[in-house]
Design a protein around this ligand. Sequence first.
Ligand code: PHE
Length: 343
Amino acid sequence: MTDELKKEIEGARRSFLHDLEHVQSPEQLAALRERFLSRRKGQVSLFLARLRECPPAEKPVAGQEINRFKEFVEEALAGAEAARISASAPWSDPSLPASELPVGRLHLIADIQRRIEDIFQQLGYEIATGPEVERDEYNFTLLNFPEHHPARDEQDTFFLEGHDDLLLRTHTSPMQVRYMLAHPPPLKIVSPGKAFRKDDPDATHSPCFHQVEGLLVDRGIHFSHLKGTLEAFCRSFYGPDVVLRFRPGYFPFTEPSAEVDISCFLCAGKNSDCRVCKGTGWLEILGSGMVHPQVLRNCRIDPEEYSGFAFGMGIERVAMVKYGVPDLRLLYDNDLRLLGQFG
Ligand code: PHE
């Protein structure tokens, strides 16, 4: 009996070692433990159950054999478990300096957008965003674009196939309409977002670009409020010494309208070779004006009671002017050598 049991134990040991060598996962290791050490059906328990059949004289020897096998299995499993843990958690010294992690940054466009938003929020403006797919009515008609205005031309505008009245907004100004239709004055918003025009990409054009729109409507608002606001913004954004120049301009939705230039923040007009202003001393940065009375009327606001101003600036343009990005396409190339310098 003992000899027979010994042989079986030897067989079990070989089978155990074979399986242990092929264990590939913690689950397999647990299954192996279960197969050999489980109280009820484990191989060791089965051997112990057999002790009852042993002649009393052989019991102590047989018992010893089984116990030795049990210890062997336990040790081997503990060793395998320890090896697995140390392989999955390499030696570490918490006093070593941390390894360097690459740090993410905001894209320059997002960064500029947020800075502009911050400045206007400090002036009490709310941020309002709207859809990029826009109704013709909001993008053009209610903004007082005459029926045959060239900006409506298919040359400039992406229309949605099969939807005559839908387009990709060509500017962020339709948010003026949306906001005025939904909120009675007084109102004070900036609206950042994408705009789209059918332009071939070059150093200064992209079919998709970003703008920030501003709108303020209240009682007794006049041009000096627009000037003061833009001055406060530009001094905060470009530097305290910046001077603004308003030139007459034309937009169908503002009257009067003005293009705004800032004095060159790099050379202040003193360097005829300046890389930023090209020696002119001025940088064109935005379009603006007093909200046209017809636009107020279109948005159910009485122009006899209320007046307002609006402005719009291109974020890519700001990036080029302020950070000297020479080609707007660089902003869309996702090249970390450029993007890593900002944000
Ligand atoms: N929407 C105009 C543009 O895209 C900019 C603008 C906004 C002008 C608001 C005046 C007032 O060029």
